[in-house]
Design a protein around this ligand. Sequence first.
Ligand code: ADP
Length: 683
Amino acid sequence: MANLPILQFEEKIVETVEKNPVVVIIGETGSGKSTQLSQILHRHGYTKSGVIAITQPRRVAAVSVARRVAQELDVPLGEDVGYAIRFEDRTSSKTRIKYLTDGVLLRESLSNPMLDDYSVIILDEAHERSLNTDILLGLMKRLVRIRTSNFKVLITSATLDGEKVSEFFSGCPVLNVPGKLYPVEILYSKERPVSYIESSLKVAIDIHVREPEGDILIFMTGQDDIEKLVSKLEEKVRSLAEGSCMDAIIYPLHGSLPPEMQVRVFSPPPPNCRRFIVATNIAETSLTVDGVVYVIDSGYVKQRQYNPSSGMYSLDVIQISKVQANQRAGRAGRTRPGKCYRLYPLVVYRDDFLDATVPEIQRTSLAGSVLYLKSLDLPDIDILKFDFLDAPSSESLEDALKQLYFIDAIDENGAITSIGRTMSELPLEPSLSRTLIEANENGCLSQALTVVAMLSAETSLLPVRSKPHEKKRKHDDSNLPDGSGYGDHIQLLQIFECWDRNNYDTTWCKENGMQVRGMVFVKDVRRQLCQIMQKISKDRLEVGAYGRKSSSRDDYRKLRKALCVGNANQIAERMLRHNGYRTLTFHSQLVQVHPSSVLSTDKDGMLPNYVVYHELISTTRPFMRNVCAIEMSWVAPIKRKIENINVRKLSGGSASSVKEPEEKTELSRNNAETPAVSENAES
Ligand code: ADP
């Protein structure tokens, strides 16, 4: 820690922060931005007038960095140093340094728009350009204008174009913290490999056999490929003749690993032992693993993209950008000169890779964010003119407005409704919060809470969701309930009720092929949602215990009706001739039930005429995931709403997002006195 580059700039940083409300700090990954900045400001008294908040786009990073800082300060985690991520708050009244996801800070600003518990807000990892950080950038710009004293905003990034952010904040100073990067030799493949798992395996073993000591970091696209490569590496390493090369430990590293597995990569390896770390792009900038000397870069990343004209998500494996490729290579040169093996030719890098990654705001559904901004009720903020670093397309803003209108969160003039307001109090995506509110009205809140908690769990933790390439569900032969012909939501409810009747037994989970950790998480999420709903609930809800009963067909019917209201923009109608469905809203799409569904086409002929789906995803074909039968009579009013929609009215008369000219602010006057500082142009 003592020699982290950022520490040499402590005085400069403090001096600049002292004189300016907003400062941008650019520093190489691993230079100490996430772990040290908060401590530097803490040492210089910034925690006397409030808490220092540091946002992270990823849950894993918030937890891991908070752990590290608590360790460095030698305090128990959750006291002076804590973290808050959705559904998990490890802070207390003692907390002075608080790591939190950008989403959690957005939520906090709903109940406390001035965020006046905080003396400093650090938006970390801004280069990731997560949707929530982008919205926070806009909100911070407003906040520094109205919270004039004792409030500082720092924006940190590994690669971000500092000038652009500085311009956004009316010319605030940019501090460059030069990284201590050793030269990295880049080696390109002659051509793209047929299988990049096999190719990575070969290169990794070659390095292990031939090259001097130093850990190997391999970038894969997702958990599946990581698991495959880890087991192939294990097998291969075992087959090497004993004594022919040093020992090896192989670690997977991705966001769905249990925390104790994630932190293993931070402990130093035993002597004469090489570590292979097989990671997603989480190791690109979010988590810095020391000791890496060799990097193998597949050149790909898995990215979720949303198409507003079809309402469809796709989880695509796409080429990384040049910025990402260089970040990955940089991981090899932190401790000494390293090598980066790019599994693609130079011409692909030069001609095919985009310069920078597309920000999330331009590739995701904005329904949740638009509702959020509307619920803030800020007189000077108009969602269509909101000050974004990069504006989303007017098409995706309109799509968000339509979605919100179908689920009654906004009225025909685009104004937020009381339902919309209640929805925004729930830390859930709009379709789920709307479902809970409707369920509360029609007496099935308890069941809806269970289903929503099950759907909110990370997909990898869920019990019955099989992988797209697995044609059959994993539990076809098990004794698990089957949704009684109504579909996945009902099955999820039945599974949880079964577990509840078995006293939340862990053995029961294992016997039925479910992850204990996933189910425990679901139970906890349900309890928390229950507490929030208690405030607005009509019924008395028992927090914690479920009630030890099975829901009846009547309960299922009520629940399905609530799901229909909550997913009014996600309804599909059976198309007999096409052996599938046609979506009702958006541009009508031909879609099919995902093979992982209990309603999957294996049982053809029994498919319901109308269904709601939780998600539309395009893999080999467009598929509906998590599907539930609904009734025709419930769909009729929604169809009428669709037919009569007036997008112009919804967007307040203007159907495009127009930005107003920038106003001169207090901030820019402040900065006129302090010329922009640029320590070093090396970044
Ligand atoms: P940056 O934010 O500039 O990328 P960090 O502050 O995340 O840099 O990392 C600085 C150093 O702290 C790195 O050497 C990294 O390996 C180490 N570090 C970060 N998190 C942990 C952790 N949870 N456990 C151990 N070391 C960590």
